[in-house]
Design a protein around this ligand. Structure first.
Ligand code: 0X9
Ligand code: ZN
Length: 302
């Protein structure tokens, strides 16, 4: 398959998922969560959903359009866990929900017009600038720190929490099952970091931060075992920068215990967001190991 050696268009991504769900109808169920601003379907892939009450790990990717590697990591995860018989056991005790493309409008714009596009593609009347940073648009300490209220900014937080249809669809979908969701990862790039809450401000941590660090380090260790790549485990507010209205903080605020943002490869700003296609495969294999660690951690959480 293609997902580990080239970047796919949104249509190709959907095609890939459709084919997989036809080949594995019992294991791969596609669920439409809503539409993007420009009307593209936001699709969740439900894996190991056999109707029983299992803990859920929720993975979403590509809220920032230019972070292309995240889409491939999400699709590789879906493909690998479904096609490799060795993961059958795990899927019997944990359900995986993957939203491989949370910002399809932005992604297509990044592919065709502006490689460095980050935001959604929503339009505002009387403004020459469009789009909001969907990772500043979640309803938790919305609009407070590390955001801009100017429409032309790369970190414009939107006119109100959940102003972006993509964020509204995702928050609604997560809330429908939040009591069962024990792990959440937002896939981003770049930096090779596993970020844990809180990120809306500095020097502020959840009461169970020790658990978040412990599992974060286990994920980093699993990544390193693949090809000696280092990912640092850091608090997002202290180690990166405070930024309010991000999905990881919101997920944590809803009671999802293990909530992270992973900044995938590279670590250097030489290639930055423009990761060469030859490197897709390794990044996918590394992130897959980290996600497996999280699935194993939550499988007894009921
Ligand atoms: O700024 C972001 O949204 C993320 N970094 S990125 O370079 N991919 O844009 C980090 C978000 C970390 N989480 C919180 N600050 N809550
Ligand atoms: Zn990002």
């Amino acid at each position: 398959n293609d997902v580990n050696n080239r970047y796919l268009s949104y249509d190709e991504q959907m095609q890939f998922l459709n084919t997989l769900s036809q080949q594995y109808p019992d294991d791969v169920k596609l669920q439409k969560l809503g539409n993007s601003y420009e009307g593209r379907a936001l699709t969740a892939v439900r894996i190991g959903d056999d109707g029983s009450n299992k803990p859920i790990v929720w993975i979403d990717a590509g809220v920032h359009a230019r972070e292309w590697i995240s889409y491939n990591v999400a699709l590789y995860l879906v493909y690998t866990i479904v096609t490799q018989p060795v993961y059958r056991d795990l899927l019997n005790s944990v359900q995986l929900i993957v939203v491989p493309n949370t910002n399809p409008d932005g992604y297509e714009y990044s592919r065709t017009n502006d490689r460095m596009w980050r935001k959604t593609r929503s339009r505002f009347s009387n403004s020459r600038c469009g789009g909001a940073d969907a990772n500043r648009n979640y309803p938790f300490f919305w609009g407070t720190q590390g955001v801009s209220h100017h429409q032309c900014s790369e970190i414009y937080c939107g006119s109100r929490p959940q102003s972006e249809p993509e964020v509204l669809a995702l928050t609604n979908a997560i809330q429908r099952e939040e009591t069962r969701i024990k792990g959440y990862i937002a896939l981003h790039s770049y930096g090779q970091e596993i970020l844990y809450p809180w990120g809306h401000t500095m020097h502020t941590y959840p009461s169970d931060v020790k658990d978040l660090i412990r599992v974060g380090k286990a994920m980093a260790k699993a990544i390193k075992a693949v090809n000696n790549t280092d990912y640092n485990v850091v608090n997002s507010g202290d180690g990166l920068y405070p930024a309010a209205g991000a999905s990881d903080d919101w997920a944590k605020s809803r009671g999802i215990k293990y909530s992270y943002t992973i900044e995938l490869s590279p670590v250097d700003d030489y290639t930055g967001f423009v990761l060469p296609e030859e490197r897709i495969n390794q990044v996918c294999r590394e992130a897959f190991q980290a996600i497996q660690v999280l699935m194993i951690e939550v499988k007894t959480m009921f």
